[in-house]
Design a protein around this ligand. Structure first.
Ligand code: HEM
Length: 221
């Protein structure tokens, strides 16, 4: 029996070999408005983001520390993060091509309640992607880590945007990504409880409270 030893796989190479053609196909589906490219790209991006964040958190907490697969994921966390950001930004483009009415003002549609968080998520993801290289790391020094902590603003906005988008565009009532992001946030709270390192939960709470503000602004009654 052939046993595939995942730990020996060059994850970075395979992530791009699989992602590039898939993302091109998803953009095509978005452009021709066929299939389910919005939900698929959003879920894949969310799963990749989870694989970027969760193994490092488990490592810090001492969970599964000797597990070779977890170590392997931690080793590739920066590559996973770049691929996750690329999937999520492509999801934005694909969904825009798929759902936005081309004969109406795009700007007006992007101001819809479900899409308001996108104005925050796209700059954060873009900023992180642009600075995900050795040169930026060297220039920014300690600020690089602070800048990349902004990822913790995203879960609140993603949960809000995902559920509202599903309700607005698909007439469904629950975004599955909520469960995945919920697990990441719960582990972040557990880490805070254990270590009193507050930066991650604070950023998550800022993101979450901002979505509440957006909700009340959009539903004043
Ligand atoms: C880059 C910024 C964006 C991020 C991080 C993001 C993230 C997400 C997430 C996490 C979901 C929930 C998926 C699920 O649970 O099924 C979602 C769904 C969705 N998003 Fe986005 N999104 C972004 C940009 C956009 C834009 C610009 C649009 C434009 C229309 C959009 C439209 C949608 C739609 C329609 C859904 C529901 C998809 C479905 O399940 O069929 N998103 N997004």
């Amino acid at each position: 029996m052939v046993f595939l030893d995942l730990v020996r796989v060059d994850l970075k190479k395979w992530l791009w070999i699989i992602s590039i053609p898939t993302l091109v196909v998803l953009l095509g589906l978005g452009y021709f408005q066929v299939g389910e490219p919005a939900g698929f790209s959003a879920i894949c991006g969310t799963v990749l983001l989870t694989f970027t964040l969760l193994p490092s958190m488990f490592m810090r907490l001492g969970f599964f520390r000797e597990n070779p697969y977890q170590r392997w994921l931690v080793k590739y966390r920066k590559d996973l993060g770049i691929v996750a950001g690329t999937w999520l930004l492509t999801h934005g483009l694909t969904s825009g091509l798929f759902f936005l009415k081309r004969d109406e003002s795009i700007l007006g549609q992007l101001l819809e309640p479900a899409l308001q968080p996108v104005w925050i998520m796209i700059p954060i993801l873009s900023l992180m992607l642009i600075t995900s290289n050795k040169t930026s790391e060297r220039i920014l020094g300690r600020q690089w880590k602070n800048l990349h902590s902004l990822v913790w603003l995203l879960p609140g906005f993603m949960i809000y945007h995902g559920n509202l988008s599903i309700a607005t565009f698909e007439k469904e009532n629950f975004a599955p990504a909520t469960i995945i992001l919920g697990v990441v946030v719960l582990v972040a709270f557990y880490e805070f409880w254990k270590t009193r390192s507050y930066r991650r939960v604070l950023l998550f709470l800022i993101g979450f409270i901002s979505t509440m503000v957006l909700w009340f602004v959009n539903n004043p009654d």
